[in-house]
Design a protein around this ligand. Structure first.
Ligand code: BTN
Length: 265
């Protein structure tokens, strides 16, 4: 049996043709292996390389997730997962809600049933299908933003995970990693550019339609318990608690059964 990598076809040219006219200087690079596509673009940015570009890795050896966690994905290099980062200079009036816009764009590009677990986890039927890690580097007066996206493509059942992660091929058996990349990147670039001009407000309604937490009991890492009621115009999560409505902009949020005796609004 041949190596599955031989049959991979990353249609870098089609992505470049779709994106470059609206983003001069844009490049597409596919690497067989890197520690982390986010780390690589951030290293380049710190070295003064801030041209817009897409970096895809068939295999990450040290993928990173939000809140300092690892991002475990298919390490065989056979693209059971899609891992890429998009880097570009953005000059929005406010950065609030950027991560929600990125998640929304990816979800919209992939499937109508995908939901967003605030701020930007991609969920399908309450299982995580993908995640997004956003980092920025200052570049003189400008900021270079790196949007890293990890999507499970083929179902896997890693030992130790009580609930197996969701995978795109459960919804779209015909779609492989290169096809998912081609579907996701051009609208993601457009969404980031649109965000830079108009901010999060224009995405608030669309986010609500895919909000996986709406009406559910949630707990935040800073100790708040309540019911999630959508997001405000800055993208902050609204949590109704016994003490009133709290606007959560940076905590980690989990959904789990309330401990006995906890009263939720
Ligand atoms: C999360 O859910 O915690 C975010 C996961 C983000 C993973 C992607 S994979 C491509 C890019 N490179 C990384 O090291 N992380 C992001």
């Amino acid at each position: 049996m041949g190596d599955a990598r031989e049959s991979l076809h990353w249609n870098a040219e089609a992505i470049w043709e779709a994106v470059a006219p609206g983003l001069p200087g844009f490049s597409v690079e596919i690497l067989p292996e890197v520690d982390s596509t986010n780390s690589e673009l951030m290293r380049r940015a710190r070295g003064g390389r801030c041209e817009p570009g897409l970096l895809v890795a068939e295999r990450q050896t040290a993928g990173r997730g939000r809140m300092g966690r690892d991002w475990q994905s298919d390490t065989s290099g056979r693209t059971g997962s899609l891992t890429f980062s998009l880097g570009m200079v953005l000059e929005p009036q406010s950065w609030s809600g950027l991560s929600l816009v990125a998640g929304l764009s990816v979800a919209q590009a992939l499937h109508p049933e995908l939901r967003l677990k605030w701020p930007n986890d991609l969920w399908w039927r309450d299982r995580k299908l993908g995640g997004i890690l956003i980092e920025t580097a200052s570049f003189g007066p400008l900021r270079y933003v790196v949007v890293g996206v990890g999507i499970n493509i083929a179902p896997v059942h890693p030992p130790g995970l009580a609930t197996p992660a969701a995978a795109l091929q459960e919804l779209r058996p015909d779609v492989d990693a290169p096809q998912a990349l081609g579907a996701v990147v051009p609208p993601l670039v457009a969404a980031l550019q649109e965000f830079a001009v108009h901010g999060f407000g224009v995405y608030q309604a669309a986010f609500s339609q895919r909000d996986a937490l709406s009406g559910r009991e949630v707990f935040t890492s800073d100790g708040t318990a309540g019911v999630a009621r959508g997001v405000d115009a800055t993208g902050a999560l609204l949590v109704h608690t016994a003490a009133g409505v709290i606007h959560v902009s940076s905590a980690e949020v989990s959904v789990r059964p309330a401990p006995a005796g906890t009263s939720l609004l």
